[in-house]
Design a protein around this ligand. Structure first.
Ligand code: NAD
Length: 433
């Protein structure tokens, strides 16, 4: 299978790399690598000043072999069909790795949401749903939040879809406010899932939180929650960043204070809070690139894709990389990190806590029975620990890095279902008489 230069082609390289460990033929690779459908739309938005703008939106359903497709919606100026296709591809593998009965999808709008008023944002979100209403549904395709979308936006979207269908359909979208049928424990699920992976990694490799340093790129939903949970366990978070830059303090940051100040000022600043009193603390300002190259035990990219590339991979000094963002490492960089002994917990495993609790939310919406927070945490922890173990053991068994093992595990699960429906070898050998 030929691969060229786009993000999707790079994503496909992981599939090609994994296929040789699965025993499946070319047909399975072809089917898993081919997106099912791609929708491109123009969303009209009446601006507050009366003018009309159009924003390009996308929804891609990559593969529904294992169930309805599932995947987030992203609002960002760089959203493109290539990016959405890649994210939908990764979702397919992520759902299979954690064993939830979904296929993969993704969507997004090419927009800078920071330039819209709250009412314009609501009109954009509802307009998007009006255009994709026939493409999504609780048994076909179920969106969720991603970068620069949140539970309020998911609530507007569920409300719009229910209006169109003339019935209450909470299971059409996950990551909703709890008061609108969301699940408790969804907000921090991605960060918490990554935290459970790090706990398993620490157990396997004898890492002591008190002497383990961590740098986190991206201090949004996913980044903040993994930081908070690691900090609570005594890990030293020495660097964090957002789109405006990074801060570094070798002694480690007080994460609850950083979260509070980020909420108030919308940027990361080094502070220490006692009660309501906050004061600035010593910290060095770094660029996001410098953060990635810090000498730390664990590096957590939790922002955008393509952050660790063939250019900077030789300078990465972290012992472990835990990918909370989707696609932060290119396939070329994989080999460089592996050659330098850096173990990568791949995105399709490390950030799968979000889709796992989305699945719990969907189950609750469909049954009408709602769970306690402890139950969500217990089930999430059990899923992440079980699948981390599977991936870890498989990587040791077949002699690969964790990413290849995660892809092999996912391909085995998806391929098994495809084989059950019949592949070329079955049809060639069972001719009609
Ligand atoms: P978010 O919008 O809450 O936060 C994004 C953060 O990244 C912000 O702090 C922003 O300032 C920062 N950022 C943006 N550009 C940056 C840059 N160039 N350098 C450094 N930081 C930058 O988004 P999120 O939901 O936390 O998602 C972050 C990543 O995690 C994305 O790759 C997303 O696909 C992935 N992810 C999120 C979820 C989820 O449930 N939220 C689930 C799975 C994967």
């Amino acid at each position: 299978m030929e691969t060229k230069g786009t993000l999707f082609d790079d994503a496909m390289r992981r599939l090609v790399g994994a296929m040789k460990y699965t025993g499946f033929g070319d047909e399975i690779a072809l089917r898993i690598g081919t997106p099912k459908s791609c929708l491109v739309i123009s969303v009209p938005v009446r601006r507050d000043d009366g003018t009309l703008d159009f924003y390009t939106g996308y929804r891609v359903r990559h593969d529904d072999t294992r169930g309805p497709t599932k995947g987030g919606l992203r609002y960002h100026p760089s959203v493109s069909l290539d990016e959405v296709k890649s994210l939908a591809f990764w979702m397919t593998f992520k759902c299979a790795v954690v064993g939830v009965p979904f296929g993969g999808a993704k969507g997004g709008i090419s927009v800078n949401p920071k330039e819209l008023s709250p009412m314009e944002l609501e009109r954009l979100s509802r307009g998007y749903i009006r255009l994709v209403a026939d493409f999504i549904g609780p048994d076909t395709d179920i969106p969720a939040p991603d970068m620069y979308t949140n539970e309020r936006i998911m609530g507007w979207m569920m409300d719009e879809y229910s209006t169109i269908r003339r019935q209450h359909v909470p299971a059409v979208i996950t990551g909703k406010p709890v008061s609108m049928g969301g699940s408790v424990g969804r907000t921090d699920a991605t960060g918490r899932g990554a935290y459970y992976c790090i706990r398993e990694l620490a157990r396997k490799q004898g890492l002591d939180p008190a002497t383990t340093t961590v740098a986190i790129q991206g201090f949004g939903n996913a980044g903040q929650h993994v930081a908070r949970l690691l900090h609570k366990d005594g890990y030293r978070i020495v660097a964090v960043s957002d789109s405006q830059g990074a801060i570094y303090s070798p002694g480690g940051f007080d994460i609850p204070s950083l979260v509070r100040i980020k909420e108030e000022t919308r940027r990361v600043q080094a502070v220490y809070c006692e009660g309501a009193l906050c004061r600035a603390v010593e910290a060095t300002n770094l660029s996001n690139q410098e953060l990635l190259e810090l000498d730390v035990d664990i590096l957590i990219p939790a922002a955008l894709e393509n952050q660790i590339t063939a250019d900077n991979a030789p300078r990465i000094k972290a012992r472990h990389v835990v990918e909370v963002a989707n696609g932060p490492t290119t396939s070329e960089a994989d080999g460089i990190l592996a050659a330098n002994g850096i173990e990568v917990v791949p995105d399709i495993l490390a950030n799968a806590g979000g889709v796992t609790v989305s699945y719990f939310e969907w189950l609750q919406n469909r049954s009408g029975q709602y769970w306690e927070l402890q139950e969500v945490h217990r089930k999430l922890q059990a899923t992440m620990a079980r699948e981390f173990e599977q991936v870890y053991d498989l990587s040791r068994e077949i002699g690969t890095d964790l990413r290849t093992a995660a892809y092999v595990l996912a391909v085995r699960r998806i391929g098994e279902t495809m084989e059950a429906k019949g592949t070329s070898s079955y049809f060639a050998n069972h001719k009609a008489h």
